[in-house]
Design a protein around this ligand. Sequence first.
Ligand code: NAP
Length: 250
Amino acid sequence: MRVLILGGSHEATRLAERLAEESAFAPVLSLAGRTRNPSTSPVPSRVGGFGGAAGLAAFLRSGAFDAIVDATHPFAERMSANAIAAARETGTPLVVFSRPLWAPRPGDRWTESPDAGSAARAIGAAPRRVFLTVGRLQLLAFEAAPQHEYLIRTIDPPAPPPDLPRHRLVLARGPFTLADEIRLMRAERIEVLVAKNSGGDSTSAKLDAARALGVEMILVRPPAPPAAPTLHALDDVMRFLRAPRHCAAP
Ligand code: NAP
């Protein structure tokens, strides 16, 4: 069974690993090509955009794919919309494999912002020590709040570097442990954590660390989830793939 996995997330890697173990599947993992050194793929992969929904539809047809799994990051709105359109056009069964978003717990100092600009404003006027993990493409918005001291964690170095007078970069890829996150946030005397609400377990330790240390959390809300059947458990995705003809394209 030919399965196209739209990747760029921990879920996509987990699914690729599972499909690689089963000879009944011939998966292809598709990556946008944003990170310089993506995690190694256990299945054949391809890199780069398809050329919109029409390009993806053509790719699905030429590769004779039997199903498509949208396992992109919750903020990858355009790719998810293209996947729905291409699945419809070609009649390919589609499922979204995503993680539940993070939610505040009692006692959390938690604010949600609709976008990076609002998150930057929510830090406040007075200078604070900020742990910024929104990804390198969202850093521009924080240049409007240059009074803060930023510890910025990204996978690849931002290019150009952010125009922030007081910032330091940490280049690292999750998952991160709670002990490491606590150590880092303590050592850096972090007062505010600003992150995307991406959900899932692989990068949630920073929230637990912020909770443990009483650090304020500002979470950027993701776009509306794709309007397609959505599963959060890998076993459920496997069940879907084993019976794809029972599931119509959205
Ligand atoms: P996006 O805005 O939804 O996608 C922009 C364009 O990039 C798409 O229209 C598509 O180009 C191409 N693309 C995206 N994902 C692709 C994939 N898996 N395979 C092939 N082409 C893909 O997405 P984005 O926010 O720029 O994110 C890009 C990738 O990084 C996504 O795959 C996502 O899973 C991953 N990622 C994103 C974030 C985030 O915060 N946005 C965080 C971590 C990882 P064409 O129209 O030409 O096909």
